[in-house]
Every structure is written in C-alpha cells, then in structure tokens.
Design a protein around this ligand. Structure first.
Ligand code: C2E
Ligand code: CA
Ligand code: CA
Length: 570
C-alpha cells in the first residue's frame, strides 16, 4: 500500500534527493544514479519506467554525445510489469532546448490526481538535476577549453599532460607544435568569420583522428596548435596533418581548402615536465621556419644549444655594433678576359673577444629576428667611407657590391635609406652595387621588382645573388630589370667531373643573360680549370679563392694600388 498523504516529503525522498542532487555527471550516469536510488521512494511513488528525451542545442561547451540524449530509466526490472498509459512533462532550457520526461506506471496501476501532482514535482526535480549537471559541465569546460574551436586551451592541455605524468604514461607520448601555412590567405579569401568556422572544422577533423580521452589537441592562439599523441600513433597523425581538406560554404558557393602545416615534433622523455613538452616541440617548430629545413622537424638536443647561441647573439648584437666589432672585408672580382681586377664584394666579419666569427654563424640569427637590416646599412656606410678614403688617396675604387638581406623588402623605406646613405657620403652611385637573393613568393617578387627599378632610376646597379638556387630563376631573368646575375657556386662544383649537364646549363645561362643585356659573374671559382671553362663560354667575370679570399681593407688596397690586378691562374 502506497503512502498517499505526504508524497515526496518522507525521509526516503530526502535521502533520494541528496543522492542525485550533487551529481555533475553525464546524463547517462545521472540516469543510472536514479535507477540505483529509486528504491528509497518506491513505496511513495509507483513508477515502472521513465524515458527522458533531452533535445538541447549542440553546444561547443557540451557537445551532444554520439549516442544522443535519449535515456531509458528502468525502475522496475521486469518489462512485463510496466503499464502503457504513460504521462509526460515538458521543460524548456535557457537555450531553447526541451526536456521531455515520459513516466510509465506499473502494469495495471492508475495514478490518482494526488500522485500525478507528485509526478510533476518529481519530473521538475529530475529536470533540475540534469540542468545543473549540464551547467556544471559547461562551467568546468570554459576553464579548459578554447571557446572558438572547442580544442583544449593551454590550461586544459597542461591538466591533461599532468594527468598523464602522474599515471607514469607521459613518456609514451609525442608533442607536436604546429602552425597552419598561409592561414592569412584563407582568412583574407573567405573573411574572418568563415575563417573561424574553418578552424573549428579543422579541430573537429583532427580530434576525430585522435584517440578520445587518450590524446588531445590544444589551440595556443591564432593558428598555432599543439597536440599530445601516443608515440605509436605519431606517424599516422603526421601523415594526416600533411593535408587536411576543409570545405567552406559562403553565399551558396562552396570552396575547399587544403590545410597544410609546419610542425616541430618532440618525443617526450622520462621525467619531462609539461613545460619541456611545449618548449621542445616549439624549438623544433622554429627550425621549420628556416627555409630549406623542411616542414616537419623532430627535436634534437643540439637545437637547444642553437637557441641559446641565437639568444646570446641577439642580446649582444646592439652593443657589438656600437663598439664597431663588425669589420668589412673585400673579395676581388676579376675580368676573365684579361684577369684584371674589376670590383669587389663587401663581406662582413665579426671580431668577437679576439676571434673572427664567420658570417654564417650569426647572419641567419640576425635574419630571423630582423637585426640584419641594421647590420647591412652599417656595412654600406663603412663601404662608403672606404670608397671616399680610396678616392682621396688616389686609388681607383671600382664598384663595390653590398649584400642586402631579403628582410629589407618588408620595409617600405628600404630604397630611400640606401639612396640617402649614398648621398650623405657624397658617393658617385656607379661605385655601389646592391646584391639581393632570389625570392620565391609572388608578393615579394612585386616589391623586389619595384625596388630594382628605383635603384636603376638612381644609377645604382643591382645583382641577383646565388642565382640558380631558388625556384623562380627563369622568370627572374625575364621580368626583373637587374644588371648582374651572380651564378651560384654549386654550378661549378661538378665541373671537375666533366658533368655534361652542368656544362650545358652554365653555357646556356651565360648565353641567355648576355642576350638579355645583363652581365654575369661566376662565384666560388677555385680552380684554373673552372676559370678556363668559364672563359670558353664567355662568362665575363669571376670571383673566388682562385683569385683571392675576402681580404681585410689594407690588403685589398694593395690590389687597388697595383692598378692592374694580374692573376697568374695556375
Ligand atoms: P655570399 O653573398 O654568397 O658570399 C660569398 C661567400 O662565398 C663568402 O662567404 C665568400 O667568402 C665565399 N667564397 C668566395 N669565394 C669562394 C670560393 O672560391 N670557394 C668557397 N668555398 N667559398 C668562396 P662568407 O664571407 O663567409 O659569407 C657567407 C654569406 O654570408 C654570404 O654569402 C652572404 O650571404 C652572407 N653575408 C656576408 N656578409 C653579409 C652582409 O654584409 N650582409 C648580408 N645580408 N649578408 C652577408
Ligand atoms: Ca653575395
Ligand atoms: Ca652568393
């Protein structure tokens, strides 16, 4: 016999309520808790079974689980003991969702009015518990989730990593720090709103490739991500990351983007802290930024030393420049037809603590962080002072070529600065040549082309350095108004073995360049055979150890004073 008078006021109900109210579990787990504790109120309220249908909008903070949100709560174990005459109650959520709760009586039982009121009250309580748990889940996710993409944020990533660390499993993992290539282009193409949607879809697709609850993707900000995957899955994930297709629909127009990344990868070691996990993958990632190194780079311990070295170079550079530790050397250029000196290239040297540091040890670092621009202008000023000194002392300077890094192309006042320095020292512009390397991006190509024309208008020669090592060489010849092409040393390296294809290439490049009314100089000429071959294909000029190494100023002046620079090419 059921207690009809004080429904849901009993000690049993109080206890039932306490059991379910603190629950911040998933809907499925709450359903199980209700099933387990129903016996506490079974005497008061006869219910055989409930169906709960949670029709709530999908939310980045509380995604609908794959099995949906249709829950069956069996309160009596025997299906045959359930009546058909169910009663239902609907509740709405704050975000326009709906929770519908169907309640079935025991077979052959009809609820009276009093009981129906109690059932309604009971359904309110159940709805509140589900609502509260949903809110709790959403709240806790806001602390650990990136709201734009649904990936973990840094806090969530660290918590996940700490959990792996505590369970002794972190060293079975690999961290991958990656950045989307050309995401700016995508954003500009579709707009930032669609760009956000693309990022969200991208994260979702990658998440589908990860082992749920075992691996994690975190958005660090912008289009930078880091993931933690098991070492055994790392090759598979790297392969997947190589090219991810994402569709974007805007104004009924569908576009598909092929998303590719640059990634630094770190195999986590025993006893590593989470800070190492992020930091080391980041160090490897930075290697991918240096052209020619590749898009996927695994961390090596030596990279850490390189970072320390780079940091040291960056830190001491301004003072070293102030204290004039940088010195300009000059490497002669020679006319191949008569072996006469015809100019030189200015090459910088760093005298640090009594030692000479070669440019390749500091220029790439300065290039990465942009200080190279200050150094290049410093060299140009020194060259201008030396030219004036030579002229004042009766020496014929010839033309001096000065190297300028590609980093200058980012600055709109690049050309103006060169022109104003040459003016400041009152140098005839015929004595200065600007050496630039090839560029592979179209945007830079446009800037480069404008820059070269500006130099030409001001009577300053330009040359393309290391010609033949980039991608766009032939276009360069056709479209850039340069005066001189510097044939890269690598073409000469195989001549000794009488490599026919290199011989043919050099011959035709020289022919093409002169047909286009430009000059050509071969760099890195080391042997008399190379010089003889270059002469035979009518290459005008050469530069290399065969003639001279880069010389300190006073030694180069000896070459200038001799007037004629006669080289006996042995
Ligand atoms: P680069 O502009 O291609 O300069 C030619 C490099 O080849 C020089 O190295 C030179 O010493 C070397 N070299 C010349 N002849 C031979 C040869 O016969 N055989 C061999 N094996 N090498 C030869 P260096 O002086 O060490 O400079 C290396 C690079 O550093 C330069 O390559 C240039 O890219 C950069 N660099 C040097 N000075 C400056 C500067 O003032 N500004 C900028 N932006 N870069 C500079
Ligand atoms: Ca050069
Ligand atoms: Ca070169």
């Amino acid at each position: 016999m059921y207690n009809q008078n004080n429904l849901l006021c009993s000690n049993g109900f109080r206890e039932f309520f306490l059991q379910i109210k603190n629950n911040s579990d998933s809907p499925f787990q709450i359903a199980k808790t209700i099933e387990r504790n129903y016996h506490l109120i079974a005497d008061e309220l006869p219910i055989a079974k409930m169906y709960i249908h949670l029709d709530v909008p999908d939310n980045i903070l509380d995604p609908v689980p794959p099995d949906g949100r249709n829950l069956e709560i069996k309160l009596c174990s025997d299906e045959n003991k359930t009546g058909n005459d169910f009663i239902y109650f609907c509740h709405t959520t704050g975000d326009h969702g709906l929770a519908k709760i169907d309640m079935y009586p025991p077979a052959g039982y009809t609820w009276n009015e009093n009981e129906k009121k109690a059932l309604e009250f009971f359904s309110e309580i159940i709805f509140m518990v589900f609502g509260k748990s949903r809110l709790g889940r959403m709240m806790s996710r806001t602390f650990i989730m990136d709201m734009l993409t649904g990936a973990a944020n840094v806090r969530g990533f660290n918590m996940f990593g700490d959990m792996l660390y505590k369970s002794g499993r972190l060293s079975q993992y690999v961290s991958m720090f990656f950045n989307i290539k050309n995401f700016n282009y995508i954003n500009r193409n579709v707009g930032s709103r669609e760009g956000d949607i693309i990022l969200r879809k991208y994260v979702k697709q990658i998440s589908n490739e990860l082992e749920s609850d075992e691996e994690i993707i975190c958005r660090l900000g912008g289009d930078n991500f880091i993931i933690l995957v098991k070492f055994s899955n790392s090759e598979k994930i790297l392969e997947y990351l190589k090219s991810v297709q994402i569709d974007c629909v805007k104004n009924n127009f569908k576009q598909s983007f092929d998303i590719r990344v640059r990634a630094g990868i770190y195999k986590i070691q025993e006893n590593d802290a989470m800070s190492d996990v992020i930091h080391n993958a980041n160090i490897a990632f930075h290697q991918t930024r240096i052209t020619g190194n590749g898009d996927y780079i695994w961390f090596k311990e030596s990279m850490k030393n390189q970072v320390l070295k780079n940091n040291e170079i960056s830190a001491v550079f301004p003072k070293a420049l102030e204290e004039k530790e940088f010195v300009v050397y000059y490497q002669p250029k020679v006319m191949l037809s008569n072996n006469h000196l015809c100019g030189c290239e200015a090459l910088v040297r760093w005298f640090r603590n009594g030692k000479l540091v070669p440019p390749m040890e500091f220029i790439p670092t300065l290039e990465q962080e942009g200080s190279i621009c200050r150094l290049d202008f410093y060299v140009l000023e020194q060259v201008c002072r030396d030219i004036n000194y030579w002229l004042e002392n009766g020496m014929q300077p010839f033309c001096v070529s000065v190297n300028f890094s590609k980093a200058h192309l980012r600055h709109s006042d690049f050309a103006d600065n060169i022109i104003s320095i040459i003016k400041k020292y009152n140098i005839d512009s015929k004595y200065i040549e600007v050496e630039l390397t090839e560029t592979s991006s179209y945007e830079n190509f446009e800037i480069l082309s404008k820059f070269i024309n500006r130099m030409k208008e001001n009577g300053i020669c330009t040359s393309i350095d290391d010609f033949g090592t980039g991608y766009s060489s032939l276009n360069l010849l056709k479209d850039l108004n340069v005066d001189i092409i510097k044939l890269d040393k690598s073409f000469l390296d195989n001549l000794e073995s009488h490599n026919k294809s290199d011989e043919v290439l050099i011959k035709h490049i020289v022919g093409m360049v002169s047909d286009l009314n430009m000059n050509i100089i071969a760099e890195g000429v080391e042997t008399a055979e190379q010089a003889a071959f270059l002469r035979s294909v009518h290459c005008n000029m050469a530069q290399g150890y065969l003639f001279d190494r880069p010389l300190p100023r006073n030694e180069y002046e000896d070459r200038l004073r001799n007037g004629v620079y006669n080289i006996v090419a042995t």
